[in-house]
Design a protein around this ligand. Sequence first.
Ligand code: NAD
Length: 352
Amino acid sequence: MMRHFSYSPAPARVVFGSGTRHDLAKEVESLGKHRLLLLSTAEQSAQAQEIASVLGSRVVGHFPEAAMHTPVDVTEKAMSLVNALTVDGILSVGGGSTIGLGKAIAIRTDLDQIVLPTTYAGSEMTPILGETNEGLKTTRSDQRIRPEVVIYDVDLTLDLPVAMSISSGLNAIAHAVEALYAHDGNPIISLMAVEGIRALAHGLPGVVRDQRDEESRSSALYGAWLCGMCLGSVAMGLHHKLCHTLGGTFNLPHAETHAVLLPHALAYNQSRLGDTLDGLKGAFGPDVALGLHTFSKSLGAPTTLRELGMPQSGIDQAAKLALAKPYPNPRPLEEGAIRALIGRAWAGEPPL
Ligand code: NAD
């Protein structure tokens, strides 16, 4: 029987394909923007400028200083440019860090954002912003944060290094896995979750074999879009809370932490999920958590928290912190079992 649910479609316009960056001028025209500020990291500065060059004088400035975890002092520096140049829109070219900066400007100004994502993190599909101020990360959600137009151009992902593609892709899969058992989930998002995971499970091995294989890249980016929709639509559980806690406390890299923890967090919940994971058995076998672990290993993803720099002495502290603020999760949070889970992830043992 269909259970009671609610579903709010995300209002963003999405353009997907190869060479779609050439549609940028048309999209900017449709939005009626004349004074865009271009955002990127320093590493992607040239790539961003090349993409934006089709817009000519409609781009009035470039701020190539986006940084991981959206530091507030960087946003403030960008805001002075927004004000000095009387900007009427934001053009973000890059991954979650650049998109985060665009979102931070949008929440302060309500300016429209046009985004060309270049990783699989999925931030472009969410109304969520995490900002850091003096080492403290706070997260908020607001519909003004969600970008208005997203142009997925597969060509922009061809040079995403293989190691980053793998961890970023597993990070995306984690969004969809947790969406399947979210307390506020719904059948539409579950369809996207299964399809997103299927597309990434198909695309990532192809990217490992050949970094510039267009069919694999296309499948992975399509999957990342759907997984981003999952993250932006329903609440995340144990896995995302653990990643947030471990990442913040031990300064672990974001996507890699997701890659290591996902099979373990899923194994913790798996016995309570009934037929929820049935749509994933084709890709990962009857024990989905174990299948995910094997899949990650076959891609060459990191499989231990130890190699990411977490000290073994931090396992007890991490388990306590994971329970500090209760949240909905299919299996109740049990400190002993969570400590054991983190311990296995630290050592790289198979999920139990
Ligand atoms: P990133 O944006 O930090 O990029 C990492 C590095 O890779 C940067 O130097 C970037 O310039 C470079 N890079 C990106 N794409 C490239 C490409 N195609 N080719 C070559 N180099 C490329 O990485 P990310 O994993 O996309 O983003 C991580 C950040 O995003 C974290 O701060 C995370 O918290 C945030 N995030 C937020 C949300 C949200 O919904 N708010 C969702 C996911 C991630």
